[in-house]
Design a protein around this ligand. Structure first.
Ligand code: HDD
Length: 686
């Protein structure tokens, strides 16, 4: 058989097997040898054995076999984007860090958002804390602000981190549940660690089911130091405030979104950035001095506590804009290595024992995950400012020191030298005292801020917290753990404890846990509620429009125009992805087929149906749940007159309320979009 015959039998030719030359580069091996045949291994005869000599095949398979690297031990699932940080306010009175003093300077950044507990392939809408890690490529080296979307943490001392994460991840004997804290081990640990109760309140709130990475806050969590040119230190807490406003989903939506689109948050960021709708956050600083730290009710070094914004206002000093997705996920998002130890002159650590422990862990983990001490040679990790050091060799060294002298001091006149003027200096804090394993007494109040958090929520949000505790504890098999959790909740709020105990069906109210310190009453902090700070805008949100054949296309056009005018995205949903034919024969293409696009993936929905179309929809399960779910999830709904008359009664066993608009002309479309700015029609919940 000739080689030509062999090619024919393997189906070579046509679109799939184009050859180099027609606009394609020549495929090569890793070492640049052009490849003539990428379809067949080297054989003795067409039906004979393959040869081990085949260097092209072996190189390809060898590389494939080693494609995976260990996933992050926490925050395994994440999604990142590039952008810039622009400083708006000169802070040279409190720091000498150029990134915080050069107004108008645009510093490149890379941000990775993540969930904590789930493995790399887990669904995006797991109830979980979200990581919000930012790498600033400053002129003076990389500064990593490795934060979360929640301003407090579970534990006070880093030595408990492995226990926390072991307890939160899937149980080791059975390897489930995945990406969920709704299991015995997690609540066993939490209920035995009263310091985690404040964070427990936060994670049972809607903060852990954000609608999008774009709609959540970020926090540096710890107290850090800023140090000015004179060497004076000020304390600081870092915040990210989303310009898009905050928004979360409902638990029932989260569960359904995970089925409909496990990549919901990834897709959302990808779609927004690629559509040019760049998400932005303001960098906010809470700045305070030793005097405030001494007066404050809690220890500012305790990462389980916030400083309420009402006590120390958040000063917005600059803006982060994410405007570019990586060209390749693995290159940047997977290989990015954050480290709390990456700080620049003018920014310094505090003695927070959690932060001190993190400074060890991040560097250590990168070696395991990326396999070489040269992980900073990977482009996403490398600084963008000049750098020079004498570290050399190791796996995958990309840039070793040049010249003869690879040591300092040397008399060859070669190599980099220290710069006492520009170099990093630690703040010379005075420390003294006995060396011992101890927890400060000032860390002992575990309930007061949990109570403040709960009492700062709206009634709707309080209900969600009760429901979340009930859901999670209902999945706990051991009664004693459920009881122990409720015994803590009694110190937070008796009403909360009673509601959870009742929903769990506890026969008796457990005795309240004994607080190490008496709970103190603090003023509620409205800044802690999502709904009290919700935006009045539908910008950046998504409207799902269900269409049928035979509709008035003008109505759809008016709605689309109003939605786009409000800065929202519109997706057309139809029975067939090919689209619908409007009255008069115009084709309107669909973006989604109905059963692939349940209403949970939209922020508001509209149904434009012809009289016949409304009837058809009324007979379709998927269409009925589209509408019924939108109503149950408090969404604003617009219905064409025929949809309202012919479809609504078939889908929903109740009269339309004020959150349901009749869509009969452009004016109605405009007022519907205005209403959508409230994001949800909460009155329906009452
Ligand atoms: Fe951590 C990853 C945030 C406490 C040890 N952490 C990691 C990431 C974020 C955070 C956002 C993902 C970074 C990325 O996208 O690559 N971690 C936090 C916050 C904490 C915190 C806000 C408390 C305030 N972490 C914490 C402690 C320890 C660690 C106390 C250990 C002592 N964290 C790690 C780690 C990870 C990590 C094991 C896993 C992957 C990585 O570092 O790069 O080192």
């Amino acid at each position: 058989m000739t080689s030509d015959t062999t090619r024919t039998t393997t189906g070579k030719g046509g679109e799939t097997h184009q050859q180099a030359g027609d606009g394609h580069e020549t495929m090569t091996t890793q070492v640049g040898t052009p490849i003539a045949d990428d379809q067949n291994t080297l054989k003795i005869a067409p039906r004979g054995p393959s040869l081990i000599e085949d260097q092209i095949f072996r190189e390809k398979l060898f590389h494939f076999d080693h494609e995976r690297i260990p996933e992050r031990v926490v925050h395994a699932r994440g999604y990142g984007a590039h952008g810039t940080f622009e400083l708006k306010e000169d802070l040279s009175d409190i720091t000498c860090a150029k990134v915080l003093t050069e107004v108008g300077e645009k510093t490149e950044v890379f941000v990775r958002f993540s969930t904590v507990a789930g493995n790399k392939g887990s669904p995006d809408l797991a109830r979980d804390v979200r990581g919000f890690a930012t790498k600033f490529y400053t002129k003076e080296g990389n500064w990593d602000l490795v934060g979360n979307n929640i301003p407090v943490f579970f534990i006070q001392d880093a030595i408990k981190f492995p226990d926390l994460i072991h307890a939160a991840k899937q149980e080791p004997d059975r390897a489930f549940p995945q990406a969920q804290t709704a299991h015995d081990n997690f609540w066993d640990f939490i209920s035995l660690m009263p310091e985690s109760i404040n964070m427990a309140l936060w994670i049972m709130s809607d903060r852990t089911i954000p609608r999008s990475f774009r709609f959540m806050e970020g926090f540096g969590v710890h107290t850090f130091r800023l140090v000015n040119a004179e060497g004076k230190s000020t304390f600081v807490k870092f915040h990210w405030k989303p310009r898009q406003g905050m928004q979360s989903v409902l638990w029932d939506e989260a569960v359904k979104v995970n089925g409909a689109d496990p990549d919901f948050h990834r897709r959302d960021l990808w779609d927004a950035i690629n559509a040019g709708d760049y998400p932005q956050w303001d960098l906010g600083l809470q700045i305070f001095d030793d005097d405030f730290a001494d007066r404050f009710d809690f220890d500012v070094l305790d990462a389980t506590k916030i400083i309420p914004e009402e006590q120390v206002p958040v000063r917005k000093v600059g803006t982060l804009t994410l405007d570019r997705m990586p060209d390749n996920f693995f290159m940047d998002t997977e290989q990015v290595a954050f480290q709390t130890g990456n700080i620049v002159r003018g920014i310094d650590h505090s003695n927070d024992p959690l932060l001190q422990g993190r400074n060890f862990s991040y560097l250590d983990t990168q070696l395991k995950r990326l396999g070489s001490p040269n992980f900073n040679h990977i482009p996403v990790n490398a600084p963008k400012c000049p750098f020079a050091h004498l570290q050399q060799d190791g796996h995958m060294a990309m840039h070793n020191p040049r010249g003869r002298a690879n040591y300092e001091p040397n008399s060859h006149g070669e190599g980099p030298r220290e710069d006492p003027e520009r170099g990093f200096r630690s703040y010379p804090a005075e420390e003294a005292g006995p060396k011992e394993r101890v927890r400060s007494e000032t860390f002992a109040d575990h309930y007061s801020q949990a109570r403040q958090f709960y009492l700062s929520q709206t009634d709707v949000e309080k209900d969600h917290i009760v429901n979340a505790f009930t859901f999670e504890l209902s999945k706990v098999e051991r009664l004693a753990i459920r009881q122990r959790m409720v015994s803590h909740l009694r110190n937070v709020d008796e009403g909360l404890a009673e509601a959870v105990a009742d929903s769990l069906g506890l026969e008796e109210m457990p005795v309240a846990a004994e607080p190490a310190r008496p709970v103190i009453e603090t003023e509620p902090s409205p800044a802690l509620s999502i709904l009290k700070n919700a935006p009045d805008s539908f910008a950046g949100r998504k409207l799902g429009v269900l269409l049928t054949d035979g509709i008035d296309a003008g109505l759809f056009d008016a709605l689309k125009e109003a939605a786009e005018g409000a800065g929202a995205m519109v997706e057309v949903v139809a029975q067939k992805v090919g689209g619908v034919t409007a009255e008069g024969g115009r084709r309107i293409e669909a973006d989604q087929k109905l059963d692939g696009a349940p209403s949970v993936i939209y922020d508001a929905v509209a149904v434009i149906a012809s009289p016949d179309g409304a009837k058809t929809l009324g007979g379709m399960h998927g269409a009925k749940t589209f509408l019924a779910d939108a109503r149950a999830h408090m969404k604003f709904i617009a219905l064409s007159p025929a949809a309202r008359e012919g479809f609504w009664p078939a889908a929903v066993p109740a009269e339309p309320d004020e959150g349901v608009h009749t869509l009969n002309d452009a004016e109605a479309a405009g007022s519907f979009l205005k209403a959508c700015g409230r994001l949800r029609f909460w009155d329906r919940a009452a």
